[in-house]
Write a protein that binds this ligand. Structure first.
Ligand code: ADP
Ligand code: ZN
Length: 521
């Protein structure tokens, strides 16, 4: 047994490391800067907790959620480990006592909310701490909160840049469960990480079944049907507080035990409802996105999105609350064009053009996910920069493959249009050129003069979009991963253009087949 494994056993009672953990712990002990990207439930906490116990000095952990912080500290204390937190729930007296314990060297792990860390009154304490005890490392949990491209941007996270300036010799470990290449770059830049060791793990959650259903006009009945044909606890995500209340009420009337959950309820009511759900006193939680972060219920069997999520990361996180125990669970998204319009409307209300641009780009990815005729895991995982081959065998499209057609000619038109516009545009623009759009942008670039202008009127925008995403998924054209999704010709595209390769794509059948997996059968 290695000495690290012995320590693991001694402090945490585990027999072995989860994949990746040991190398991370080694790097942390070697005082390296680290970026750890691991899906929820992967075991991130241990990656800074164990090194904290093995290093000189105190490790400072930044965590955005007070409830999570308290849980973790309690769990550590139960294992006899010197851990504590400072946050707004403590009064002056309690804070003083804790600070005294910390300066007496009794504490190895100190949890802080980011606003505490950056507050002017706290910084002198940190300096004293560094001098008297020594700071072993900063561990920044939920590090994606630092990026506007993440799904949970927080202003205070930005100010943590000062850690590196003020304490240049202290290594930083940043951890997150969601990192697109974009967010990853942001984290490294914002925290000013030095040659960080990047440890990233696959985000594929094999036990989750993904399905998209076209939202029916009587969407509530559709939802009721879904809930009735599944067993176990479930979460239904809605966009508005009002609809969580309405739907929960109707479910109760229809004999399904359900409660609403949203940020408009008092803390007391929320925590009461939450406990009811965790204890299985109530089966279905109808919630806004306020529900979830920090709630650890391992046996959620069903997550339904009644409304379209804002972006793929949110969808991944929210649906990912199903099946934490590794057992099979179902994630169903209800999708209608109307919902898309609604979100467009919300985005138009945004006043910051940068935010608006990001929101549109992210919505486009959600629509792509909902519209795809291919394995759902391809767009999902590609969002996290993972290439997935498809055929997961556990999504609606893989279980009910759509018919395949030869679209070689159309692909040639499409690709030559990419080529003629100098490989500087995304899918939407190419389709606009092909369909002869009169958009101002087309004229500005002079693209109405191209030979490919208007040669694609025989297909709808949706059909072209389907072709375009199919080409991307099959690697027949490259799409940049920098948030702009620009199309670039690759070797495969060249073969298609030269007529050396045929293109087959999945198309929607005549009838939209509804797939509902019945857990009762
Ligand atoms: P994350 O922060 O990545 O969501 P956690 O750190 O909360 O994940 O860990 C998820 C669960 O896995 C926890 O219950 C934790 O106790 C457990 N765990 C972590 N590492 C190990 C290990 N090496 N052996 C067994 N269980 C582990
Ligand atoms: Zn699949």
């Amino acid at each position: 047994m290695s000495s690290l494994t012995e320590s693991l056993k001694k402090y945490f009672g585990y027999d072995s490391f989860r994949p990746g953990q040991e190398k991370i712990v080694q790097d942390a002990i070697a005082h390296k800067d680290l970026l750890v990207i691991m899906p929820t439930g992967g075991g991130k906490s241990l990656c800074f907790q164990l090194p904290a116990l093995l290093k000189q000095g105190i490790t400072i952990v930044i965590s955005p959620l007070i409830s999570l912080m308290q849980d973790q500290v309690m769990a550590l204390q139960d294992n006899g480990i010197g851990a504590t937190y400072l946050n707004s729930t403590l009064n002056y007296e309690q804070t003083k006592i804790r600070q005294r314990d910390i300066l007496a060297g009794k504490i190895k792990l100190l949890y802080l909310a980011p606003e505490r860390l950056v507050s002017d009154t706290f910084q002198p304490f940190l300096v004293t701490l560094a001098q008297k005890i020594g700071i072993a490392a900063f561990a920044i949990d939920e590090a994606h909160c630092i990026s506007e491209w993440g799904h949970d941007f927080r202003q205070e996270y930005r100010q943590m840049r000062y850690l590196r300036q003020q304490f240049p010799q202290v290594p930083i470990t940043a951890l997150t469960a969601t990192a697109t290449v974009r967010v990853q770059r942001d984290i490294i830049q914002q925290l000013n990480l030095r040659n960080p060791q990047i440890h990233r793990f696959s985000f594929n959650r094999q036990n989750l079944y993904y399905e998209v259903q076209e939202k029916e006009r009587r969407a509530y009945n559709q939802l009721l049907h879904i809930i009735r044909s599944h067993q176990g606890s479930g979460i239904v995500y809605c966009i508005s507080r009002k609809s969580t209340e309405e739907i929960a009420q109707r479910l109760v009337k229809d004999g399904v035990s359900a409660l609403p959950y949203h940020a408009g309820l008092s803390d007391k009511v929320r925590s009461h409802y939450q406990t009811s759900f965790i204890r299985d006193d109530v089966r279905i939680m109808v919630a806004t996105v306020a529900f979830g972060m920090g709630i650890n219920k391992p046996d959620v069997r069903l997550v339904v999105h009644y409304d379209l999520p804002r972006n793929i990361e949110s969808y991944y996180q929210e649906s990912g609350r199903a099946g934490r125990d590794g057992e099979k669970a179902n994630c169903i998204l209800l999708y209608s064009r109307g919902d898309k319009q609604k979100i467009h409307y919300f985005i138009r209300q945004k006043t910051n053009p940068q935010e608006q641009k990001i929101a549109y780009a992210q919505l486009a990815k959600v629509i792509e996910y909902a519209d795809t005729n291919y394995c759902r895991r391809i767009p999902q995982l590609s969002y996290f920069g993972e290439k997935f081959k498809g055929d997961c065998g556990n999504c609606d499209n893989c279980l009910n493959p759509k018919p395949i057609e030869d679209w070689t000619i159309e692909a040639q038109k499409f690709l030559s249009c990419v080529y003629r516009t100098n490989q500087r545009f995304g899918i939407k623009h190419i389709i606009d050129v092909l369909r002869g759009s009169r958009d101002k942008k087309i004229y500005e670039y002079g693209h109405h003069l191209l030979s490919t202008y208007g040669i694609g009127k025989d297909h709808t925008t949706d059909e072209w979009k389907n072709l375009a995403t199919s080409l991307v998924y099959q690697n027949l054209v490259r799409q940049t991963n920098d948030g702009f999704n620009i199309l670039k010709i690759n070797d495969q595209s060249k073969k298609i253009l030269k007529g050396e390769k045929k293109v087959y794509i999945a198309v929607k059948g005549k009838t939209v087949k509804k797939v509902t997996r019945d857990n009762n059968s």
